[in-house]
Design a protein. Structure first.
Length: 287
C-alpha cells in the first residue's frame, strides 16, 4: 500500500443544514435563515493522500485543491487593493478540468512529497465520468525522471475501499464546521487549515481500517458491501506500542478471492471488477 495514492472530490459547505443550540431559560433562539440548502456557500475540493510513513515522520497528506478560478481585482475595495488575486468563479468539474488538476497539481505534489525509492505510483479513484479522462496513456506524459504512474479504478458502490470516503473527509468536515465561514474564501481557508491540522495518526488509523475491511470482510462476504467494519482498538494498541503496520488474512480467503467467480452466483456476489481489485498485485516497494 505504500505506492498507492487515493483521489476523490468532495463538496465542503460553509455551514450545516441544522445546528444544535443550548440556551438558558428565557434566552432568544438565534435566527438562521436561508431559502434552501442549495443557497449555502460551498466549494468542491480534490484531495490526494497516501499511506503515512510514521517511522520517518511523513504524514502523506499530499494535497487539497479547490476547484476555483482566480483573477486580479480591477478596483480597490475595503477588503483588498486593486491588483490582488480574488476568486471569480467556481469551476465546473468536467473531464478536461479533472485531467488538468491530476496532471498539473496532483502529480507534481506526489513527486515532491512522496518518499518512494521505486518511483512507481498507483493512482486510485472511483468511476465518475470525468475520471475516465485520466488513464495510463494520459499519465505516460508525466511519467518522467524515473517515475511511473498508473491508474486503478475502485469497484462501484464501495466507498470503504477509499480512506477519503471511509472517514477522512468526515473528519475534515466536522472540524471545518466549527469555524465561521460565510464566503467562498472563508470556506477555502478554513478547509485548508483543517487539512493541515489533522495529524498523520488519523490517516494511519483510517488506512488500517481500510486494510482490515478490504482483506477480510469483503472476501468473507464474496465481494458484497453489506458488512460491518472491524473495531481494531487502535488507540489502545498505539499507547501500548503494539500497533501493527500490516494485518494478516486467512490463506483460504486468498485462494477464494483468486478463484474466478462462477456464473450461477447472485449478482451481489463477487463481480469481475471487485475480483480484479482484490487480486491485483500491490507490492510493498522499498521506501
Amino acid at each position: 500500500m505504500w505506492d498507492v495514492v487515493l483521489l476523490d472530490e468532495k463538496w465542503f459547505n460553509a455551514d450545516k443544514d441544522c445546528r444544535k443550540e443550548y440556551l438558558l431559560e428565557g434566552e432568544e433562539v438565534p435566527r438562521r435563515a436561508c431559502k434552501s440548502k442549495g443557497f449555502i456557500t460551498k466549494v468542491m475540493f480534490l484531495c490526494a493522500v497516501a499511506r503515512p510513513q510514521m517511522d520517518i515522520g511523513v504524514d502523506e497528506k499530499i494535497g487539497l485543491w479547490p476547484f476555483v478560478s482566480q483573477s486580479r481585482a480591477r478596483r480597490s475595495s475595503r477588503n483588498r487593493p486593486a491588483g490582488s488575486m480574488v476568486i471569480t468563479t467556481l469551476i465546473n468539474v468536467d473531464a478536461t478540468t479533472y485531467r488538468d488538476y491530476v496532471l498539473n497539481k496532483v502529480v507534481p505534489a506526489i513527486k515532491a512529497s512522496l518518499p518512494c525509492v521505486s518511483k512507481r505510483v498507483v493512482l486510485q479513484h472511483d468511476n465518475a465520468t470525468p475520471h475516465r479522462s485520466v488513464d495510463d496513456d494520459a499519465l505516460a506524459g508525466v511519467s518522467t525522471d524515473g517515475w511511473t504512474f498508473v491508474v486503478r479504478r475502485q469497484p462501484p458502490n464501495s466507498p470503504d475501499l477509499n480512506v477519503l470516503d471511509l472517514g477522512f473527509f468526515a473528519s475534515i468536515q466536522s472540524l471545518q464546521h466549527k469555524m465561521v465561514s460565510r464566503t467562498v474564501d472563508d470556506v477555502i481557508s478554513s478547509t485548508l487549515m483543517v487539512f493541515d491540522m489533522l495529524s498523520g495518526e488519523k490517516l494511519e488509523d483510517l488506512f488500517l481500517t481500510y486494510i482490515a475491511g478490504s482483506h477480510a470482510p469483503i472476501p468473507e462476504h464474496a465481494g458484497d458491501n453489506h458488512f460491518k467494519l472491524p473495531h481494531l482498538k487502535k488507540d489502545g494498541m498505539r499507547r501500548a506500542g503494539t500497533l501493527a503496520v500490516n494485518l494478516t488474512v486467512l490463506v483460504s480467503l486468498l485462494f477464494e478471492a483468486n478463484s474466478p467467480p462462477t456464473v450461477d452466483i447472485p449478482v451481489t456476489i463477487l463481480t469481475n471488477e471487485m475480483h480484479s481489485f482484490l487480486t491485483c498485485p500491490i507490492t510493498d516497494f522499498p521506501r
